[in-house]
Design a protein around this ligand. Sequence first.
Ligand SMILES: C[S@@+](CC[C@H](N)C(=O)[O-])C[C@H]1O[C@@H](n2cnc3c(N)ncnc32)[C@H](O)[C@@H]1O
Length: 236
Amino acid sequence: MPRDQQFGKHPVTSDERRQMIRTVFKSVATRYNLMNDLMSFGIHRFWKSSFVKQAAHYSGKNNIDLAGGTGDIAALISRKASVWVVDPSIEMMTQGRAKKADITGWIAAEGEQLPLADGSINLVTIAFGIRNLTSLQGGLIEIHRVIKPGGWVFCLEFSQPHWWLRPFYNAYSEHVIPRLGALVAQDSSAYRYLVDSIRSFPDQTHLERLFAETGFRDVGHRNLSFGIAAIHWGRK
Ligand SMILES: C[S@@+](CC[C@H](N)C(=O)[O-])C[C@H]1O[C@@H](n2cnc3c(N)ncnc32)[C@H](O)[C@@H]1O
């Protein structure tokens, strides 16, 4: 069977990758928010609010937060506009529903196959989700399909930090994150996947190019925390 995808560092088939990612989020769902706070010293909250401040400006009548998980981003957008969460993990969305934010609705679906009409969405946001798609190219094409002409995609994702930060960041990722995962979420392999998947994900320039190749215009990016994370955007 051809091994055409990555799961962290390991080559796998697309079906295997999809199943493995499902298992990761099923396993970590109840500790997901706590782990984010611990791993990032709470900085992910600043990244998310900075992301939503920029993206929500482009919201319209129909907005989705893809790979929305426990609804952090949608909860912030919902203060300004209506928004649906789209995510294949029932377990993650169940945790999100308990937060009782004013989110319009929750849709169980994958980014590569959205149950939405062509050109129907004003704004697609995707935070820490694009790296988890089974097919990055397939997901980008599908996001482009559902956005209205003139509508926007905004993506928040881990990226490549500045050169001087890399040794510290790599040491922290390699030694601390899987141990924290084992201790708090009782699943070191899920957090080993996180570290490996960040390492093998396209950097800022490469992701921007992929957005442009999919057909997005006015693409750009902005680094957060010296490039540990980055916000990417594009207009259809
Ligand atoms: C790291 S979490 C991010 C959750 C949320 N956006 C946040 O920022 O906290 C990644 C999410 O991607 C979802 N996911 C995994 N595979 C996906 C796919 N093929 N399409 C869309 N979402 C997917 C997972 O279920 C999970 O909820």
